[in-house]
Design a protein around this ligand. Structure first.
Ligand code: ADP
Length: 421
């Protein structure tokens, strides 16, 4: 059966964020890690999100990878394509939002799309084409100092205009507030002016839903996960999607473990909480540096402790401790050593029967997913905002929750496992 929506995301956690939004609105969704090499990943799903890592790579590479994802999505018969980027419009004058959008428009033989990063729930709003982060303009927010994509201009018409040779227009709030019909009329006017990209203002969820309705006829929609809120309803109205049913938690039995390589404040609180009642093993980066076989030791330790309930394996440490380690062995080297160790520990745990696994940390999650050779995740119910349970697609499925650093309540780990019992 053909899919309804095919999405291309420019990073991994952004892909999960989008997939989670679509699931909450009743679309059965699979997240793919990179462009798949076979066709059968999209069987019996409404939406597929292809997670790429193209946000900061050279623009020609980002275009090539995005087009490969597009071709795969087109083979699955998608009725609409979504290009997902960050709600702070993370990009540079070289790209990659403009070049990738242009290539997707050409690939879809379409002449107009929208660009709407607004996500009011998370404080991202667009007004008169200017992106706000909370009460501040994007260019006054912390994003101005981002190491890879410093955002020093809040005017998205200008920002996107520097990334594309085609013209960029604006659908202002006063039109958006009047509803979907007015927005569609504005699209027609922009088309007549030969505009290919429409920045669309949105300051609340009602705006996003109106925009969602208005874009039903566009082959390509681009933006943050907020604007995807309104898309499932279009398919429902067209009789292509059933009523929203709450997704089931993964039905996977086996041992439980948490791997935490995140040093973010919230994760450290979660680790402290779990340590009070469950066995914990602290990974010492300096022992890894000294060549000690920490991975084998952790595996033996886990075998002794895991029978009765989840175990916690963590390197999470406070800023002083992290600084001390980084001064001794270098920041990147410390990160690499721990990520590699976490990947190998995950492999060992799975070999020893772990089937319910939580990973804390964005980079750590990437390393674990790679080490386990995971190609696709079926997105399940949300545990806490932005973090769903997922089930890996394949012969021996795992229940897997990938949590970025500052997400989740303090009792996240126990809460997550309780949902599976
Ligand atoms: P978050 O989502 O909180 O940013 P990440 O996993 O993305 O977490 O990033 C944490 C980084 O810190 C990883 O590269 C990890 O390997 C590294 N790290 C984890 N523990 C330590 C530690 N004790 N000392 C130094 N670096 C660490």
């Amino acid at each position: 059966m053909a899919i309804l929506l095919g999405a291309i995301a420019d990073d991994f956690t952004g892909a999960t964020d989008l997939a989670n939004t679509l699931v909450k609105k009743g679309m059965n969704t699979v997240q793919l890690i990179g462009v798949p090499d076979s066709e059968n990943w999209a069987d019996d799903v409404d939406a597929v999100v292809v997670a790429l890592k193209t946000r900061t790579i050279p623009a020609p590479d980002a275009v090539a990878e995005s087009l490969a994802a597009l071709r795969w999505i087109q083979r699955q018969g998608a009725r609409q394509v979504f290009f997902k980027y960050c709600s702070t419009f993370d990009s540079t004058d070289a790209g990659n939002i403009g070049p990738v959008t242009d290539a997707l428009l050409t690939g879809l033989d379409e002449d107009l799309t929208i660009a709407c990063p607004a996500f009011p729930t998370n404080g991202r709003t667009v007004f008169k084409g200017h992106l706000f982060v909370g009460d501040e303009l994007l260019s006054d927010s912390g994003m101005r100092n981002h190491p890879l994509t410093p955002m020093t201009d809040s005017n998205l018409v200008r920002v996107l205009g520097r990334q594309t040779t085609s013209s960029v227009g604006l659908v202002p709030r006063e039109i958006v507030a009047k509803g979907a019909e007015s927005i569609r009329t504005a699209f027609s006017a922009l088309r007549e002016q030969n505009v290919h990209h429409a920045i669309v203002d949105a300051v609340d969820d009602a705006d996003l839903l109106a925009i969602g309705t208005a874009v039903a006829g566009l082959k390509l929609v681009t933006g943050g996960s907020g604007v995807a809120l309104g898309l499932p309803e279009n398919f429902r109205r067209a009789g292509l999607l059933g009523e929203a049913v709450a997704p089931e938690p993964p039905r996977v039995n086996g041992l439980h473990a948490v791997l935490s390589g995140s040093c973010s404040i919230r994760t450290r609180e979660q680790v402290e909480m779990m340590k009070k009642t469950r066995p914990g093993y602290l990974i010492d980066p300096l022992a890894l540096h000294d060549g000690k076989d920490v991975v084998a030791h952790v595996r033996e330790w886990a075998k002794d402790h895991i029978g009765t309930g989840p175990v916690l394996i963590y390197s999470s440490a406070d800023a002083d401790e992290v600084g001390r380690v980084q001064n001794q062995i270098g920041r990147d080297h410390a990160g690499d050593l721990i990520e590699q160790a976490m990947g190998r520990i995950a492999q060992g745990l799975v070999e020893d029967g772990v089937r319910r696994l939580i990973v804390a940390g964005g980079e750590t999650s990437g390393a674990v997913v790679k080490a386990l050779g995971i190609k696709a995740l079926h997105i399940g119910p949300e545990i806490d905002p932005g973090v769903p349970w997922t089930e890996t697609v394949g012969d021996e499925p795992l229940a897997l929750a990938l949590k970025s650093g500052n997400f989740g309540g303090v009792d996240f780990f126990e809460k997550a496992f309780k949902m599976l019992s």
